[in-house]
Design a protein around this ligand. Structure first.
Ligand SMILES: [Zn+2]
Length: 263
């Protein structure tokens, strides 16, 4: 019986298939605001890749091809993992970018303040981590605006950069973001660390794919039962190797030549 339960759990986790942990906050997404199918059903549905090309000024997955790499950490703050990531970055005097979940920032405001105090950049990663493309425009806007307010109170600025949970966003939402002068920033190197990978796997996923201008996705927070020890253990060696290869590690505002704060 127990074996069968574990099998089911394993299957469930694999079916998740998302670049973020299967998490407790997903369950609290207000379902009354979730709308299946989009408001712009008459429009041709473009893929994320097509949207990135069409809205290249707003939608980024990498920086220019210079000897710089941006490390980014999603799903923060989380007292289990965020302090450990900050400790490693501090030891190596490296600045990174953290994408903040509003509901978590409300629970752990001091951790957000620590991120900012130690010189890192923060971005908006929604209020409770829904799939944006399944939300109504109204619910989507609330996720961004409410979280922006929470971050402004703690960090002193409203982030210009948004990273959609699971990297998922639709065209109508992109158009709104562009009009409001937000930037949508995904990644082009995925550590897949949310799967609970080992240190060696996390290291390999990053170091085998990284190139000039890369934006690297990692996590410094997770859902119930997620394990990010691989990320914590791999981080010192990833930083050392990137330095050995001559890369400068920068925050996303520096990588993209954009302000961190929304105008
Ligand atoms: Zn996430």
């Amino acid at each position: 019986m127990r074996v069968r339960l574990i099998m089911l759990l394993v299957i469930f986790i694999f079916l998740g298939g998302d670049p973020a942990p299967v998490s407790s906050w997903d369950a609290s997404t207000p379902s009354s605001e979730a709308v299946s199918g989009s408001d712009s059903a008459e429009e041709e549905q473009l893929t994320l890749g097509q949207l990135r090309q069409k809205y290249a000024d707003t939608f980024k997955t990498n920086g220019p091809s210079t000897k710089k790499v941006a490390l980014t950490f999603d799903d923060v703050p989380d007292p289990r993992y965020t302090p450990q990531v900050l400790d490693v970055l501090s030891k190596y005097n490296v600045r990174a970018t953290f994408f903040i979940v509003g509901s978590r920032a409300e629970k752990h405001p001091d951790l957000v303040k620590r991120i900012v105090k130690e010189g890192h950049m923060v971005g908006n990663h929604s209020y409770n981590h829904p799939e944006f493309s399944k939300l109504s425009m109204n619910a989507f806007r609330k996720q961004i605006l409410h979280t922006g307010d929470i971050i402004r109170r703690l960090a002193g600025y409203t982030p210009k950069m948004i990273r959609p949970p699971y990297g998922d966003i639709n065209e109508e939402q992109l158009r709104w973001a562009a009009k409001q002068h937000y930037s949508i920033v995904n990644w082009n190197v995925d550590s897949l660390d949310w799967k609970g990978l080992s240190k060696e796997q996390v290291k390999d996923n990053i170091l085998s794919a990284v190139k000039p201008g890369s934006i690297v996705l990692q996590h410094a927070g997770g859902g119930v039962g997620s394990n990010l020890n691989g990320t914590i253990e791999a981080l010192p060696e990833i930083i050392e190797e990137l330095h050995n290869r001559g890369y400068e590690l920068v925050t996303l505002d520096e990588m993209l030549g954009l302000p961190k704060a929304k105008d």
